[in-house]
Design a protein around this ligand. Sequence first.
Ligand code: NDP
Length: 336
Amino acid sequence: MTALQNRRILLAAHPDGRPLPSDFRTETVQVPEPGDGELLLEILYLSLDPYMRTRMNAGATYAESVPLGGVMLGATVARVRHSRHPDWRDGDIVLSYSGWQEYAISDGSGLRRIDPSVAPISTALGVLGMTGFTAYVGLEEIGRPVPGETVVVAAASGAVGSIVGQIARIRGARAVGIAGGAAKCSYVKDELGFDAVIDHRAPDFAEQLRAACPDGIDVYFENVGGKVLEAVKPLLNQFARIPVCGLISQYSDQATDASISLSDTLFKSLTVRGFIQTDFIERHQAAFLEQAAQWIKDGELRWREDVVDGLDSAPAAFIGMLDGQNFGKLVVRVRD
Ligand code: NDP
């Protein structure tokens, strides 16, 4: 054992609807020594993402749930503190899947080396990580916008949506964002360069969306579900594509499942396709990393992070994100 103490956050209870602080529990344990072929990681950044809410439920969804008493899962950027693995050296910066804790032991599997010269290392959790990749594959593989088409994306100031709209514009499409509140809307339009943005909290949201899409909607990148989908449905064009990426408005309230009917799908020849980004990693991740790095270098891709300090901030920040309180990719700076 080392003298190091590891603080970690566990799932204490399955939430009933919206998660509560009492659904989490913090404990401190001693950090073990890495064995032969292992490395000790110290976590620098932890990613907080909406999918974690689905993993807090008792039943599995598309992936296993966190067991009660288990460490909350999540992607992390870590520094190799002590390597006993031939492929890794002390000081290497890596992407790992170490969860809500300060230290982790790894056998090296699933680690990815991060090149700090491309962008700040925390972007390996966002624009150059899972959320950027999700936007890229969902749009390029399913949405497939062509120049002049209209692409609508909700949660447009967020980690996935912000990248969807920017790639849509790079591809020559018209990007219409949906976001919550004036500050997020002005960021989406003025800083990210979307062609239009609508506040989903406006009382006349559906009418504003219609006015912003005079030629209808060719691609609707679904991130939220619920009333946003209801407003989008009548505006969908013949042959519209709907990459179903997320349904955040329903994660804590599964009773409100908004849907597209088979008649809509038939009569408008829609393509509605759900996807999980991990299914695309093998074939597309290398191309994505190269392309995204180039877009960043060329100034074509912008991003925004919402950084909270300290592991103890994670539960409140996570709960806030489900209510739209984050502004940009939410990450916890676990250690400087
Ligand atoms: P964001 O950074 O966009 O944060 C979530 C945002 O969702 C909030 O800030 C809020 O923005 C918006 N939101 C929350 N509740 C509602 C609501 N009721 N109605 C409308 N908007 C709401 O998160 P991500 O970019 O990381 O994730 C976006 C979506 O993509 C999620 O559904 C997530 O689960 C999904 N996802 C799917 C993946 C896959 O492989 N399929 C991989 C990664 C993410 P605002 O204040 O603007 O409303």
